[in-house]
Each structure stands twice: as structure tokens, then as C-alpha cells.
Design a binder for this molecule. Structure first.
Ligand SMILES: Nc1ncnc2c1ncn2[C@@H]1O[C@H](COP(=O)(O)OP(=O)(O)OP(=O)(O)O)[C@@H](O)[C@H]1O
Ligand SMILES: [Mg+2]
Length: 348
């Protein structure tokens, strides 16, 4: 058994008699951990009232990856309009909020601090409680929203741009780590592979689309089979690099779809194999998949009988932060004013 960590106490959602439409608590959630500026509103029954995501992907594409300083500055420009749009969409004013939730980490510190500062300012100025949320718990909590409405216990494959985790989820507010990647995350492998194939950044979705027209058996890419339940994707990326380098001049264009399909197939096989091993090991009766890579079409097909996070809630968004916040204990003012962001969290 690896580390177990908890993100706060469980609190019953949807307390009777609370404020908001239908007698339900209204939470404004903010997410700025990487290059998406996002705000969402949720009520005490877990109904999403607004979900606004402004992606900076185009801004960072010319650099081939997220530039932290550029991301922070863009969050500063977008945070107020994005929150205003979410409030408008929900038909809610600041006066009707019951609490404010925000991603505290892991992520880019400068980016996180924009969201955290905005959340503190809104909460403090209204005398509202604040709910700090772990971004990874957020990804898992996307599964608690419509139409999935999953309930623990379940085994979760959390596969995103920065993480590839197998989690034993027994309750809404915590999880137990069973396995992780020893090098690249699966999303990173997609992005690096896409870059080698000339698909730009972030390339996961583009590689997915390209792979649909390719032959997955054209190339045989390696799958790392380590002891235990951990993953490794760096060898796969190197194998693709050698295949691309070995092509005759002008051949890449003709072979690109087959390379994408074969490369994607290797990533998906690795994810599926390990997840099924983990499920057997802990006797899990329910498998769930969340995080940006959970949007991948081949992975969704391979896991068709699992609980899959809704596609629009796979990559970063504030709806998943709002969902997690429903189960966490709010911090009353002024207890949150010295709260800091964290870049990473020791999981194992
Ligand atoms: N259809 C798809 N197929 C494969 N990968 C995809 C697809 N759509 C998105 N991705 C990948 O998902 C990742 C982004 O997911 P997400 O926003 O959850 O990651 P992150 O927030 O950067 O990382 P973390 O959550 O670990 O901090 C990128 O690597 C992107 O390429
Ligand atoms: Mg994420």
C-alpha cells in the first residue's frame, strides 16, 4: 500500500435550508493551474449552472509548450471576464454565492496564484468561506457530475498532461495511490509524439484524429512492462523518434497516419493492461477514467464498459473543481488569507 492523503473532511453536500436556488448551496469555482482560465458554478445538488473555459493553447503553440510567465500574465487578463461570464451564464450575482472554491495545486505557481488571489479577494470581500481544492482530486471529481454521477468505491485511471495515476478511490475526498508513471505522463507522450509527427502543440487531440485514418498494426511500438503497477512512456517516445528519423526524405507525410495509429495504440494498450491488472489486484468492481487523455477515442472505446469522465470535463476545467468542493470542508474567513499555492504534491 502506498501513501494515502486526504484533502479535508467530508461534509454532506446539499444541506437542507442552505441558500441558493432550490435551497442549495451555490459554489463559484476557479481553476488556473496551467493554461486554461476557468470558472464554474454548481449548486448543492451537484447541478452545473455554468462552466466557462478559456484556453491559452494558441498563445503557447508557437513556443511548443506552456511558457509559465506568459500563462500567468494571460490568466491575469482573463480571470475577471471569465468569472463574470460564468456568473452571467448561471444568472447568479456575487451576493448569491455561498462559498468560493479554487485550485490550490499542483500546477504552475504563478498561474495558480492568479486564481487563488482572485478567489481570496471575492471570498474575503463578501465574508464567504473558501474551499481549496487539489487539482488531481478535481480530475477524479469530474466523475461525480452529470451524466456519470459515479459514487465511490472505484478504481480510477487518472491520465492527463502531467500525471498517469492508478487510484483506489474509497471516498469523495481522498484516494490511495497504486501506481504512477516513472517518467513521462501519457498526455506528455501524446504531446511529444504529436510534435515528432509535426502536429503542433498540444498534440494529443490532433494525434487522435490523425490516428483514425491510420493502420495501428503498421508499426510495433514497445510497451514497458514494469514490476508492480507503474507506467513508463519515455522508451515509446524514443522508439517513435527513431522510426521518424529512419524515414526517407518526404516519406513522413505518407506514413504519418500509420505512425500515429501505432503509437497511440501502444499508449492505450499500456494504460488498459495496467488498469486491468490493478482492478484484479484490489478486486475493484468499478473502473473509471478521467483526465485529458480520457478524451482519447481509442481509450474510450477500449474502456467502453468503464465510467468515463464526460469529454468536455476531461481536460482542465472549473466544473471538476466545483464538484470536488462539494465534499470538502470550507475554511472560514480569515483562515484562508495566508493560504499558499503548491507546485507539486508527494503522492508516493
Ligand atoms: N483526444 C486526446 N487524445 C490523447 N490525448 C489528449 C486528447 N485530448 C487531450 N489530450 C491530452 O490531455 C492533456 C491535457 O490534459 P489535462 O488538461 O488534464 O492535463 P494537465 O492539466 O496539463 O496536467 P495535470 O492535470 O496532470 O496537471 C494533454 O497532454 C493533451 O494532449
Ligand atoms: Mg489537469
Amino acid at each position: 500500500m502506498k501513501t494515502r492523503w486526504s484533502c479535508g473532511e467530508r461534509t454532506p453536500p446539499g444541506k437542507p435550508g442552505a441558500k441558493g436556488e432550490g435551497g442549495a448551496d451555490v459554489i463559484l469555482a476557479i481553476e488556473t493551474s496551467c493554461d486554461e482560465t476557468a470558472a464554474a458554478l454548481i449548486d448543492g445538488e451537484g447541478r452545473l449552472r455554468a462552466n466557462v473555459v478559456s484556453s491559452q493553447a494558441e498563445l503557447h503553440a508557437r513556443f511548443g509548450g506552456v511558457v509559465p510567465e506568459v500563462a500567468s500574465r494571460r490568466h491575469l487578463e482573463l480571470i475577471v471576464p471569465v468569472i463574470s461570464e460564468a456568473l452571467d451564464e448561471a444568472g447568479v450575482t456575487f451576493d448569491q454565492l455561498d462559498s468560493v472554491a479554487v485550485t490550490q495545486g499542483p500546477g504552475l505557481i504563478g498561474a495558480l496564484l492568479v486564481g487563488l488571489s482572485a478567489a481570496k479577494a471575492i471570498a474575503w470581500s463578501r465574508g464567504l468561506p473558501l474551499i481549496p481544492v487539489d487539482h488531481l482530486l478535481g480530475h477524479v471529481s469530474a466523475l461525480y457530475l452529470d451524466p456519470v454521477r459515479l459514487e465511490p468505491p472505484f478504481l480510477c485511471l487518472l491520465t492527463s498532461g502531467g500525471h498517469t495515476l492508478l487510484l483506489d478511490v474509497q471516498e469523495h475526498t481522498s484516494f490511495r495511490l497504486l501506481g504512477t508513471t516513472l517518467d513521462d505522463a501519457a498526455g506528455e507522450a501524446f504531446d511529444k509524439g504529436a510534435r515528432l509527427l509535426g502536429l503542433g502543440y498540444p498534440g494529443g487531440a490532433a494525434l487522435d484524429r490523425l490516428a483514425q485514418g491510420g493502420d495501428a498494426s503498421a508499426y510495433s511500438f514497445p510497451i514497458a512492462r514494469l514490476d508492480g503497477l507503474d507506467f513508463s512512456f519515455s522508451g515509446l517516445k524514443t522508439a517513435l523518434l527513431y522510426e521518424v528519423r529512419g524515414l526517407e526524405h518526404g516519406e513522413l507525410e505518407r506514413r504519418r497516419a500509420d505512425l500515429a495509429a501505432s503509437y497511440q495504440h501502444a499508449i492505450v494498450r499500456a494504460l488498459v493492461e495496467r488498469t486491468l491488472q490493478a482492478a484484479e489486484k484490489i478486486g475493484a468492481r468499478q473502473i473509471a477514467v478521467a483526465g485529458g487523455v480520457a478524451a482519447n477515442s481509442e481509450l474510450r472505446e477500449a474502456f467502453s464498459s468503464a465510467a468515463l469522465a464526460p469529454i468536455e470535463l476531461c481536460t482542465d476545467n472549473a466544473a471538476m473543481i466545483a464538484s470536488a468542493a462539494r465534499y470538502l470542508k470550507p475554511i472560514q474567513p480569515p483562515g484562508y488569507l495566508d493560504l499558499d499555492a503548491y507546485a507539486s504534491r508527494q503522492l508516493a
